[in-house]
Design a protein around this ligand. Sequence first.
Ligand code: AHG
Ligand code: MN
Ligand code: MN
Length: 342
Amino acid sequence: MATTRVTSDVITIERHILHAQEAFPDASGTLTQLLYDIALAGKLIASRTTRAGLADILGAAGHENVQGEQVQKLDLYAQQTLYQLNDHTGRLAVMASEEEDDLIHIPKGYPTGKYVLLFDPLDGSSNIDFNVSVGTIFAIYKRKSASGPGTHEDVLQKGADIVAGGYMVYGSSTMLVYTAGHGVFGFTLDPSIGEFLLSHENIRLPEPPKYYSVNQGYEKYWTEGLKRYTRWLQGEEGAARSLSLRYIGSMVSDIHRTLLAGGVFYYPADTRDPKKPSGKLRLLYEANPMAYVIEQAGGYASTGRGPLREVEPTELHQRTPLFLGNRDLVEKAEEYIAKYDI
Ligand code: AHG
Ligand code: MN
Ligand code: MN
């Protein structure tokens, strides 16, 4: 009797990665397991985020982090979840997080592995109490040191050398979007079975793009080039078309929308805060992984003056201006900045 396969479209992350892994004969499965652990962390964080108003998990934790920002309770929960799911598996040489001042070493007694995990455990924290989408961002590299405890050299790697990267977005649905260098894939959490299922195969930035995304509240601090560029996006300055503005203030959500609808997201350097001449976003665990996803989807990511993923990191929490999205829109930003800003 011909049995219709009721499970043919049930593609979990594990099945997807294992299938993709067939293309890598020397793959040991470690990357698959690492991505599975990250997805598990996402399920746990999602379970708290969707009930944030009920559990005692809203609001500030009562101290500042290395960034000088108020730590939210959900930041802490996300940080601890990612750490505890990865500290003992033997897959990592070292970790680094937005929420920790320095390297996060594998505890004594546990083996170290060949990968390095960098992450922003909860992105968009300032929006938690207002029920606006937040996310988790992750970047995976191969360790550079031979063995033993991971080093700064293992962590301070440029985005061009990233092995896999992506994000989870805790919004109207919980999604995990990742790339390992062979396209961008989106998985949607089915809460009824607790699995992320493949929902977006090989995502490509659409043409024509729909939105530009920037915090226009800072326009008074912008350079001439940025002001003219934004007017170009709005359809003045001889632009071929005008884009609508969408800005959520959670980078993961703003970039997820850019990936699916097309457009440009930018958080430029501005003159607002002399202590932060390079803007607000962090290179290692925000800009680079998101840049990798966008470029694997056919887009481009820039500092405004050149390819973002070519920046050689020197500091764990260094910041960078970020422009990413459809290539022609991002290259136009580089043009305006080169022409009008010294
Ligand atoms: P985080 O919550 O991890 O500190 O990141 C917040 C970032 C990013 O998500 C967003 O794009 C940006 O902060 C918003 O900053 P503004 O409020 O200055 O626009
Ligand atoms: Mn962030
Ligand atoms: Mn964060």
